[in-house]
Design a binder for this molecule. Structure first.
Ligand code: GLU
Ligand code: ZN
Length: 494
């Protein structure tokens, strides 16, 4: 695979601000960011907001917030500016207008007056005859009379780019050499009839203006690359671009059922991962593995290691499968790697409304800090913290009939009675002593520790699974623990 040029690297991340970003977009941002940082290059962040119908200020703000949350920094773009400002395409319309006019003047583009119905019916006919079904070049060389006629009919032309009549070949940084023949890349629209410039024009025009050296983007855009290369060559001829950038197309991300992960897939929504309490570093670690690998025997690494190791030539062109279980496992590792203070802080959102069911005044920071180290080793995602510690902050343990039925068997009352007596006599400054109390109670009833602690856990926390029990009891405190066992005993007696 071709190696990276020695000229300074300039890459771009250029999403359309259409609401909640999806994980495919985040992976593209990540690879561009890692590539830029690895090469000591420049990351340009550009907002492709020329589609007024879909783009809103709200989704723009959401996009920026997402990028910041993920921890990306950029060298040019929104909020920081740069030598090629503005970085929002909606503010660069004059440039596109100007370039379109120059392309028309030089004959690289022409007005196309075909109506949608005409295009459709000719496409049908071509298909039926087994000919290529793309645009047929109908308006490539219209006579002045014909133009006058169309104009008199009130037709508003679009601007179409004239593709060269020869194949376009380039070396993809991920896929190697690719060739597109003219039949497969017909002339294409660059400006709508209402004057609005299209992605096909604004994206390469800005890449040229912003001196982008490497375009790394999803495979779904591969088919637009020969068009953009042809447009680039025209721009070079007009003195509007220096050179054609290199292109690398990142593999598709497959979701459930081995189908392409779509933007609408709930599994694809970045916000969902935020709400569930993925750490940005955990999510980025996992996303980096979609098409790339750090090493054969190491899946968990930080962003600094990623930057150090990242090479676009190592990206695998085959589709990558999104595996939520693996994503969670990697996130769990990142949670464990946090400094405990940091962990304590990062859990805060899930210890308050709207996630936490207890009143703010019932939250006890001392208890939280005492239990946090025991929780840190057990979470896959931070949102799991709420259910794991609610027994500390609710007046009563949650009532869950299934857990109750599962733990409270015949003889549980006798066991609980013995455990209560032994716990009452235990040393409450030591979780070990609490464990010995329950162990001894179990022995008296012929139960192993696991069986003996189940009714205690359900009596005290309401749940069959949770944090290490004896540390939990110690943090909850003697009075509350014994009172909850008493309440369970009363319920069993009733
Ligand atoms: N705005 C385009 C998108 O979001 C950018 C595509 C590209 O990287 O060229 O798909
Ligand atoms: Zn036409």
């Amino acid at each position: 695979m071709s190696s990276v040029a020695s000229a300074p690297v300039r890459v771009r991340f250029c999403p359309s601000p259409t609401g909640n970003p999806h994980v495919g977009l985040v992976r593209t941002a990540l690879f561009n960011w890692a590539f830029a940082r690895h090469h000591g290059g420049t990351l340009v962040f550009r907002i492709e907001d020329t589609d007024a119908a879909r783009d809103s200020e709200e989704s723009y703000a959401q996009l920026l917030d997402s990028m910041r949350w993920l921890g990306f920094d950029w060298d040019e773009g929104p909020e920081i500016g740069g030598p090629h400002a503005p970085y929002r395409q909606s503010q660069r319309m004059d440039l596109y207008k100007d370039v379109a006019a120059k392309l028309l003047d030089a004959g690289h583009a022409y007005h196309c007056y075909c109506s949608q119905e005409e295009l459709d019916s000719r496409r049908e006919a071509a298909r039926a005859a087994g000919r290529p079904s793309g645009y047929d070049g109908h308006c490539r060389a219209l006579s002045a009379e014909r133009v006058a006629e169309y104009t008199a009919q009130g037709r508003e032309p679009i601007v179409r780019f004239r593709m060269p009549d020869e194949p376009i070949t380039f070396t993809d940084l991920v896929r190697g050499e690719m060739t597109f023949t003219p039949e497969n890349v017909p002339d294409y629209g660059i400006v709508r009839a209402n004057g609005a410039p299209l992605y096909t024009l604004v994206n390469p025009v800005d890449d040229a203006a912003m001196e982008i050296t490497h375009v790394l983007r999803g495979e779904d855009l591969l088919s637009s690359t020969p068009r953009q290369i042809a447009l680039y060559r025209a721009l070079i001829e007009l003195g509007l671009a220096q050179s054609v950038p290199e292109f690398g197309h990142l593999p598709y991300v497959m979701g459930e059922g081995n189908k392409k992960l779509s933007k609408r897939d709930p599994q694809a929504s970045l916000n969902l991962y935020r709400e569930r309490g993925f750490l940005p570093e955990g999510l980025l670690n996992y996303l980096s593995l979609l098409g790339w690998s750090f090493s054969a025997d190491q899946d968990v690494f930080g962003t600094a290691e990623l930057v150090e190791a990242f090479d676009i030539a190592d990206v695998n062109p085959n589709p990558a499968r999104f595996d939520l279980k693996k994503c969670e496992a990697i996130n769990a590792d990142h949670i464990r790697m946090l400094d405990v203070k940091d962990f304590t802080e990062r859990c805060r959102p899930w210890l308050a409304a709207p996630f936490a069911p207890w009143a703010p005044e019932d939250f006890d920071p001392a208890k939280w800090e005492a239990i946090a180290p025991h929780a840190q080793t057990r979470l896959k995602v931070l949102s799991e913290i709420t259910d794991n510690v609610d027994f500390l902050f609710l007046a009563e343990p949650v009532s869950d009939e299934a857990s109750w039925a599962k733990a409270m068997k015949e003889g549980s009352d006798a066991l609980l009675g013995t455990a209560r007596a032994k716990l009452a006599a235990a040393d409450w400054s030591s979780a070990e002593s609490l464990k010995e109390a329950v162990l001894a109670a179990g022995e008296e009833h012929g139960l192993k520790l696991g069986k003996a602690q189940a009714p205690v856990r359900v009596a005290v926390t309401g749940r069959t699974v949770g944090l290490p029990l004896f540390e939990s009891l110690e943090v909850l405190g003697k009075d509350t623990t014994l009172a909850r066992i008493d309440a369970a005993l009363a319920r069993l007696a009733a």
